[in-house]
Write a protein that binds this ligand. Structure first.
Ligand code: GLY
Length: 368
C-alpha cells in the first residue's frame, strides 16, 4: 500500500509518496505534474546500473519521453564542475521552464539535481526519487539543495522544494547493510529529537526492520517524513525549529572533517555517534537523566551500529582539534557553537549556552 505525507507549504506544497514498487509506477505518479510528456533525469552510475531502466520503462509506459545524464557516484560529485555539467546538459536537452527534472539517487544526486533545477531558467520544478534510506527520510524532503565548497559541505545552495517525492521501499533492499544502517542513524534521530514513542517503537522493531521487513521499513520512513515535514512547515528556511534536525550534527560534522569525509565514517554513522554524544553532554549538564545516554547507546549497539568514537577506524585528533573543527560548523553564530541538546528522549532543543570546558571534557573522555 502506498502512503502519502503531504507537505503543506502553500503554493510550494507537495506529496511524499511512500510504498513498495513506486519506481515502476513513476510514470503514472509524475504524469499529472507534466506540461508536456517529457522529463530529464539526473542520476549517478551505481544507481543507474540498478534502477534507471525500471524508471525509464515506467515513464515510457505512461507515454513520457525521457533522457538521462549519469554522473559519477560519490560525495565529490557535489561540486561546481558537475553542477555546470548538469545545467548545461539540461539546456542542451532543451529543458523548458515548465518541464520537470527527476533526481534519481541518494543525497548527493538529490542535492545537486535540486540545485541545478533551482538555478536553471531561474527555477524549474523537480521530482525526488530517493534511493538511499538517508535520502528517503531526510535529504529528499524539505527543499535544501546545493553543492560543497573547498570551504565546507553544503555551503553553496538554495531552498527549492521538490514538486513530488517518490520513496520506493523496495529500493532499500538493494542497499549494502552498512549504507542502510547509516541511513537508520537519521531515523533514530527523529525519535530522539521529538517522539519518545517512536524511539520506543524503534527499540522494539529496529532489528526486524534492518533485517528486511518492508512494512516496518515503510512505517519508519513514513513517521520520519511526517516529523520532518512538520518541522519544515514550521520553519522552512531554518530560522529556528528546523535546527532541531541537526541533533548529533555538530559532533558529526567535526568527525566527518577529522576523517576526511572518507568511508572511515559515513554521514549517518557520524549522526548516530553524534546523537550519543549529544545525550551524554545533556546528561553531564543535568538536562536529562543519566539513563538516557545509556539507552541511546544500547539501541545503537543492538542495531550493530557505531556509537562510540572508538568504533571509528584509525586515529582521531585530540579534543581541542575536534572543538576547533566544531567551530567551523556553519551553524556557528557570532563565534558561538550551537548544540541540539535534550531534556530527555524525544525532547530536544537548540542552545548556544554550553560551556566549552564541559564539551572538551566530554570529548577527552570519549577519546580515552
Ligand atoms: N537535513 C537537515 C534539514 O533538512 O534541515
Amino acid at each position: 500500500m502506498t502512503e502519502t505525507v503531504h507537505v503543506p507549504l502553500g503554493d510550494r506544497a507537495y506529496d511524499v509518496r511512500i510504498g513498495a514498487g513506486l519506481l515502476a509506477e513513476a510514470g503514472a505518479e509524475i504524469a499529472p505534474l507534466l506540461a508536456r510528456p517529457v522529463v530529464k533525469i539526473l542520476t549517478e552510475d551505481r544507481v543507474a546500473a540498478q534502477h534507471l531502466i525500471t524508471l525509464q520503462s515506467a515513464l515510457s509506459k505512461a507515454g513520457i519521453e525521457s533522457a538521462a545524464l549519469t554522473l559519477p557516484a560519490g560525495e565529490s560529485t557535489k561540486n561546481w564542475a558537475h553542477l555546470e555539467q548538469s545545467v548545461e546538459w539540461l539546456l542542451a536537452e532543451k529543458t523548458e521552464r515548465r518541464d520537470i527534472v527527476v533526481a534519481l539517487g541518494g543525497g548527493v544526486i538529490g542535492d545537486l539535481a535540486g540545485f541545478a533545477a533551482a538555478v536553471m531558467r531561474r527555477g524549474v520544478r523537480f521530482v525526488q526519487i530517493p534511493t538511499s534510506l538517508l535520502a528517503q527520510v531526510d535529504s529528499s524532503v524539505g527543499g535544501k539543495t546545493g553543492i560543497n565548497s573547498g570551504h565546507g559541505k553544503n555551503l553553496i545552495g538554495a531552498f527549492h522544494q521538490p514538486s513530488l517525492v517518490l520513496a520506493d521501499i523496495d529500493i532499500l533492499s538493494t542497499l549494502a547493510p552498512r549504507d542502510f544502517l547509516s541511513g537508520y542513524g537519521e531515523v533514530v534521530k527523529y525519535g530522539l529529537l521529538g517522539d519518545a514513542a517512536f524511539f520506543e517503537w524503534l527499540e522494539a522493531y529496529g532489528p526486524a526492520l534492518a533485517a528486511g521487513d518492508a512494512d516496518l521499513r515503510a512505517k519508519a520512513v513514513k513517521r520520519s517524513v511526517e516529523m520532518k515535514a512538520d518541522i519544515v512547515v514550521r520553519d522552512e528556511t531554518e530560522q529556528g525549529d528546523r535546527a532541531l534536525l541537526n541533533l548529533g550534527h555538530t559532533f558529526c560534522h567535526a568527525l566527518e572533517a577529522a576523517t576526511g569525509y572518507s568511508d572511515r565514517l559515513l554521514h549517518g554513522e557520524g549522526v548516530a555517534i553524534g546523537c550519543a554524544l549529544a545525550f551524554e553532554l545533556s546528561s553531564r549538564l543535568s538536562l536529562c537523566s543519566q539513563e538516557d545516554p545509556s539507552r541511546v547507546r544500547a539501541h545503537l549497539k543492538a542495531m550493530g551500529m557505531k556509537c562510540d568514537l572508538s568504533d571509528i577506524p584509525g586515529d582521531l585528533p585530540g579534543p581541542d582539534a575536534l572543538l576547533d573543527l566544531m567551530g567551523q560548523d556553519k551553524k556557528v553564530i557570532d563565534g558561538q557553537l550551537r548544540f541540539v541538546l535534550a531534556r530527555g528522549i524525544g525532547d530536544a532543543f537548540v542552545t548556544s549556552d554550553v560551556n566549552r570546558d564541559v564539551v572538551r571534557g566530554l570529548l577527552a573522555d570519549a577519546l580515552a
